[in-house]
Design a protein around this ligand. Structure first.
Ligand SMILES: NC(=O)c1ccc[n+]([C@@H]2O[C@H](COP(=O)([O-])OP(=O)(O)OC[C@H]3O[C@@H](n4cnc5c(N)ncnc54)[C@H](OP(=O)(O)O)[C@@H]3O)[C@@H](O)[C@H]2O)c1
Length: 277
């Protein structure tokens, strides 16, 4: 499987990264979380996803510490809250994020979900951040196909990525959104691939994992990555989990595997709204 995806602006995105929601919030867990992120970088999980929302900046601060001295190895993603995504608010939020992350630029800046400010205003602010070199590119999150079409109609377009819930348990995105984005060179970042840790491990998932000598979690990741434009961002603070997830990079699911997973986790048979966590 290809380990990177080239987006329409020529960005090379690592296809397996690490989420950081809830990281940095428990002082006793902090060192372990930093070590987990550094281990992930060592194993090739070189995209890190955070957001100003996560712990009110605590996740960004933790990520900043984890990548200190290793900034250039990382494709760094953060997100602005919708109510901050105004002409001036987006700039201020980005500058706060950069301070917490201890860097002068993020690789990708996302609108966390659509909120009160018109997309024209938000994207114009993002363009200004790009021109100033504070972000290298922008995108959106929790946008369904119709929202993406609306974003694309704005001058400059909706950006190069849409981060959405996508997992075996929640397959709505694959009906329209993932192919629509693929046609345009837009990455779909699959968040909560383990349904926020509540993944139901069906017997078929265990069997596929057993055939390949990996964990069900690695299979769940590799399953999202069967679409060439999907990037997956599981969160793991436990080093054994990081190692298990990294195995997805070398995992090629067969037609037989995919058929077994389809039977256990059926795709929706009609268009459904995007799930959100
Ligand atoms: N844009 C958005 O609106 C949005 C929404 C939700 C999430 N996200 C992003 O997506 C990331 C991932 O989603 P998520 O945090 O909701 O949950 P997730 O990745 O679906 O699941 C995380 C949970 O799975 C456990 N886990 C990880 N690897 C495992 C393994 N190999 N075996 C067993 N358990 C394993 C983790 O445990 P340990 O931590 O103990 O290892 C943690 O409890 C977030 O952290 C965030 O960056 C974005």
């Amino acid at each position: 499987m290809a380990t990177t995806y080239e987006t329409r602006d020529g960005a090379i995105m690592p296809r397996l990264g690490m989420g950081t929601w809830y990281m940095g919030e428990r002082p006793g867990a902090r060192e372990g979380e930093i070590e987990a992120l550094r281990l992930g970088l060592d194993l090739g999980l070189t995209l890190i996803d955070t957001a100003e929302m996560y712990g009110d900046g605590k996740s960004e601060a933790l990520v900043g510490e984890a990548i200190r001295g290793r900034r250039d190895e990382v494709f760094l993603v953060t997100k602005v809250l919708p109510h901050n995504a105004s002409a001036t608010g987006a700039i201020e939020a980005c500058e706060r994020s950069l301070r917490l992350l201890g860097t002068d630029r993020v690789d990708l800046f996302l609108l966390h979900w659509q909120g009160p400010h018109p997309l024209e205003e938000t994207f114009a602010a993002f363009e200004r951040l790009k021109a100033d070199g504070k972000i290298l590119r922008y995108g959106v999150s929790n946008f369904d196909a119709e929202d993406m079409a609306e974003g694309e109609a704005v001058a400059g377009g909706a950006g190069i990525a849409d981060q959405v819930l996508y997992s075996l348990a929640s397959r709505g995105a694959e009906r329209r959104l993932i192919p629509w984005c693929a046609e345009r060179g837009i990455a779909v970042m699959a968040y909560s691939p383990f349904y926020h840790g509540r993944m139901d491990v069906a017997a078929a998932l265990e069997e596929v994992a057993g055939r390949h000598g990996v964990t069900p979690h690695a299979v769940a990741i590799a399953w999202t990555l069967r679409h060439e434009n999907v990037v997956c961002i599981p969160k793991a603070a436990n080093p054994d989990h990081i190692r298990a997830n990294a195995a997805a990079l070398d995992l090629n699911l067969t037609g037989e595997d995919l058929a077994a997973l389809d039977a256990a986790y059926p795709a929706p048979t009609r268009d459904v709204p995007l799930d959100i966590l």
